[in-house]
Design a protein around this ligand. Structure first.
Ligand code: ATP
Length: 349
């Protein structure tokens, strides 16, 4: 199922949550929607789900407008940050519920396409479907547990299985991992990606965590307040950001004044891992280490170069360097990226 958001504007009173936003999510693609708090990510997801109606523009599934289609008939499965499992039902019953009912409640909105048992479909086949889903999310054997007897990560897996139960054509994930600790988030995001690939389900994954977005997505849509800044593969948004906002939001980076390198551009992006410590290159800058962060496999160095703070990612053997040490920073021409709005002439050393 292809999901198209076309020139959508959405206002809440005086607040413009989305302005003229367009986004195309291909069949079976996972697009991560990333951006700072309040930029409109959840609103966009709710518009796709049908919980909100745009003031202008259109939402299309496979080229057909779904604006008149209520949420429960859009064929979307949704997973929210706060799992929202039914506390009085077992794991099995929670997932089976996704097969039976459309459900909304005041404190959260979770709607799945109503799926009545097909003719000839017996209880046993439903049971085996629930078991398959639990196996898919790695919860086999926990069918009879109550939600309170599960860890946070297990609860979120149940929520995912429940959302997948009615075989939705579109999966919408709204900060599905933000309530979990860092290690678990890393593990679950890979599992979600694997499940999404296995089912080939069109997915929009909202997160404020750019690292998570880069890790899971086929393409990343970067939002700033009420509009899309760029949509591209993780490599594209990281290596060739379309705007200064994207350059700053995705990954760590150095936005240098052009004159620092003698380049004819106002701002130049150099990623920290591209800077060579004490090695010659096309450009060499001299500076002093002002701070150091040990990160296990690497060391982040903050280096002052003529009043400009640069961040350098050095392999950890360089951890012998100390604050106050003088260093040379080597930058090759191919490591420079001039932001599109600022392109004038190719850099010359
Ligand atoms: P977060 O990452 O904090 O969840 P977000 O990017 O998902 O933020 P939205 O929840 O989409 O942002 O909100 C976008 C803007 O619209 C915000 O300014 C928010 O206050 C406003 N907004 C969202 N829903 C409503 C509503 N029902 N009524 C009024 N304003 C709203």
């Amino acid at each position: 199922m292809r999901v198209t958001v076309k020139d959508v504007t959405k206002r809440f009173g005086a607040t413009i949550a989305l302005e003229n936003v367009s986004l195309d999510v291909g069949d079976g693609e996972l697009v991560a929607l990333v951006g700072p708090s309040g930029c409109g990510k959840t609103t966009l997801l709710r518009l796709i789900a049908g919980f909100e109606t745009p003031d202008a523009g259109d939402i299309l599934f496979d080229g057909r407008s779904v604006l008149g289609v209520p949420p429960e008939r859009r064929g979307v499965g949704i997973v929210f940050q706060n799992y929202a499992l039914f506390p009085h039902m077992t794991v099995f019953q929670n997932v089976a519920y996704g097969l039976k009912f459309r459900q909304t409640s005041p404190d959260f909105v979770w709607t799945v396409r109503l799926r009545r048992p097909r003719a000839g479909e017996d209880v046993r086949s439903r049971r085996s479907l629930v078991r398959e889903l639990l196996e898919l999310v790695g919860l086999s054997g926990l069918e009879n547990r109550m939600p309170a007897e599960l860890s946070a990560g297990q609860q979120q897996r149940v929520a995912l299985a429940r959302a997948l139960a009615p075989s939705p054509q579109v999966l919408l994930l709204d900060e599905p991992l933000s309530a979990l600790d860092a290690k678990l988030r890393e593990r679950l995001r890979l599992e979600i990606k694997k499940i999404q690939r296995t089912l080939k389900i069109t997915t929009v994954y909202v997160t404020h965590d750019q690292e998570e977005a880069l890790a899971v997505a086929d393409r990343v849509a970067v939002m700033s307040v009420s509009h899309l800044e760029q949509i591209g593969t993780p490599q594209e948004v990281y290596n060739t950001p379309a705007t200064e906002f994207v350059a700053r939001f995705i990954g760590r980076g150095n936005l240098l004044p052009g004159e620092l390198l003698g380049v004819d551009a106002t701002r130049v992006l150099v990623r920290p891992e591209r800077i060579r410590l004490n090695q010659s290159a096309n450009y060499t800058l001299s500076g002093k280490i002002i701070a150091k962060e040990f990160a296990g496999d690497a060391v982040w160095l903050h280096v002052d170069v003529s009043g400009t703070a640069l961040i350098v990612k050095a392999p950890s053997p360089d951890q012998a360097l100390h604050e106050g040490d003088a260093v040379h920073l080597g930058i090759d021409r191919s490591d420079l990226y001039i932001l599109p709005s600022d392109r004038r002439s190719p850099p010359t050393p």
